[in-house]
Design a protein around this ligand. Structure first.
Ligand code: ZN
Length: 224
């Protein structure tokens, strides 16, 4: 089973990706993690990427394609990809790769939330300035206001999580994803999931579909 997962900031897609990965024994490929790892390794490519990010520029498609597809080459099948593809160029590179290797995507899952919900979830986040633990003013309160439960450090709001920035990130995301969503709709694999409500509520909207695909695949393998 091969899955793509999308969703605006705060949609909970990384949380659901991890649940999906465990339940169906898939390899989790997150473009953000791959990029961070490469920068941490301080490889030539990593150092080059660091410059782009520090300038506030988007990473070139060719770099992201190289990183994600080389990971995919090692994994081959049974994967869930989070945060990729994000541009038309990336869709093209992925499609070429899949075609060359005879691999199909079973579902492109889009966990949708409104702008209001996205901004509320993101701007409510508080991070411990000492250990980095994550809290939320509505969903995950610390025991003592403003203090980390783990280390007692002061909780702060990240610059990136301010409402104005969160709203801007949401708008950029929606604009970028529109043509990509259209593409996967045409392919007949696009699935829109309502991302409002609790993590469990949203998961129960995703699970039946993936159970179905998973069982279908198992049956096919038994008959082969
Ligand atoms: Zn802490």
């Amino acid at each position: 089973m091969n899955i793509l997962i999308f969703g605006p900031p705060g949609s909970g897609k990384s949380t659901h990706s991890r649940t999906i990965m465990k339940r169906y024994s898939l390899t989790y490929i997150a473009s953000g993690d791959i990029i961070r790892d490469e920068i941490k390794k301080e490889s030539t490519l990593g150092l080059e990427m660091k410059k782009f990010i520090e300038r506030g520029d988007l990473l070139p498609d060719t770099v992201i394609n190289t990183l994600v597809l080389s990971k995919l080459r090692r994994v081959r099948e049974n994967f869930i990809i989070d945060g990729y593809p994000r541009t038309a160029e990336q869709v093209l590179a992925l499609e070429n790769y899949l075609y060359d290797h005879g691999i199909k995507i079973d579902a492109a899952i889009d966990i949708y939330i409104t702008k209001k919900e996205s901004v509320q979830r993101i701007s409510g986040r508080r991070i411990c300035s000492v250990c980095g633990a994550v809290y939320h003013v509505k969903y995950n309160l610390p025991k003592i206001p403003g203090r980390c439960d783990i280390c007692g450090g002061q909780l702060i709001q990240r610059e990136d999580d301010r409402p104005e920035v969160a709203e801007k990130r949401y708008n950029i995301y929606i604009n970028n994803m529109n043509p990509i969503i259209k593409f996967y709709k045409k392919q007949g694999i696009y699935v829109k999931i309502d991302g409002h409500g609790s993590i469990n509520e949203v998961w129960e909207r995703i699970r039946p579909l993936l159970d179905y695909i998973h069982n279908r695949e198992r049956k096919r393998k038994t008959y082969e």
